[in-house]
Design a protein around this ligand. Structure first.
Ligand SMILES: Cc1cc2nc3c(=O)[nH]c(=O)nc-3n(C[C@H](O)[C@H](O)[C@H](O)COP(=O)(O)O)c2cc1C
Length: 171
C-alpha cells in the first residue's frame, strides 16, 4: 500500500503531527507540504493534514482536498478543545471539501496558539468560540496526542497493532 502524508501548516503544529504520522506509518510512504503536494491519484491512501482557520480547514488544505477522490485519512490541529463541536464541524467540512473521497479515519488535537494570535482574537467582538480553549493548547501536539493518533491509525487499517510501539513519546 502506497501512502502519502500531505500537510498544511503555518506555525509548525500540523507539520509536527504530520511528521509523527509519517514516522508511524509502514513503508511505502511519502510526505510533502501541501504547496508541493503530489497528485493524490498516485497513492492508495492520502493522509491530509490542516490547521483550523475561521472554523474551517485552512484554505490551502481545502484546495488540495478538492483533488482527493480516493481513500483519505484526515488530521488537524486547532485551538479548540479536541472533540469539541467546533473541531467536529471543521472535520465534517474537510470531508465535504473532498471530491467524494472515502474517509477511512480522522484525528484532530489541539495545537499551540501563538500569544499574538490569542491577543488578536481576544480583541474581536464577538470573540471566536475556540478562544476559551486556546490556553490549554500550549505544548500540543504532544506525546499523548501521538499515542492517540497511533490508535486511530490502527483503527483505520494504516498500521498494525504490532507496529503500535513505533509511536514515539515526546514531552
Ligand atoms: C489566523 C488564525 C485563525 C485561527 N482560527 C482558528 C479557528 O477557527 N478554530 C480553532 O480551533 N483554531 C484556530 N486557530 C488556531 C490554529 O488552528 C492552531 O494553533 C493550529 O495548531 C495552528 O497550526 P499550525 O501551527 O500547523 O499552523 C487559528 C489560528 C490563526 C493563526
Amino acid at each position: 500500500m502506497k501512502t502519502l502524508v500531505v500537510y498544511s501548516s503555518q506555525g509548525g503544529n500540523t507539520q509536527k503531527l504530520a511528521e509523527e504520522i509519517f514516522k508511524q506509518l509502514p513503508e511505502d510512504k511519502d510526505v510533502a507540504a501541501v504547496a508541493n503536494g503530489p497528485n493524490p491519484s498516485g497513492y492508495d491512501v492520502v493522509c491530509v493534514g490542516f490547521w483550523l482557520k475561521a472554523g474551517q480547514p485552512d484554505p490551502a488544505a481545502q484546495e488540495y482536498l478538492k483533488k482527493c477522490s480516493g481513500k483519505v485519512f484526515l488530521f488537524a490541529t486547532h485551538g479548540a478543545a479536541a472533540g469539541s463541536d467546533h473541531a467536529t464541524m471543521a472535520m465534517n467540512k474537510a470531508e465535504e471539501c473532498t471530491n467524494s473521497a472515502t474517509v477511512i479515519g480522522r484525528f484532530s488535537c489541539q495545537g499551540e496558539v501563538a500569544a499574538k494570535v490569542i491577543e488578536t482574537a481576544s480583541n474581536k467582538d464577538p470573540q471566536p468560540p475556540w478562544l476559551a480553549d486556546a490556553p490549554a493548547a500550549k505544548g500540543h501536539p504532544n506525546g499523548n496526542d501521538f499515542m492517540d493518533v497511533s490508535e486511530v491509525l490502527i483503527e483505520a487499517g494504516l498500521k498494525t497493532k504490532a507496529e503500535r510501539s513505533s509511536g514515539t513519546m515526546v514531552s
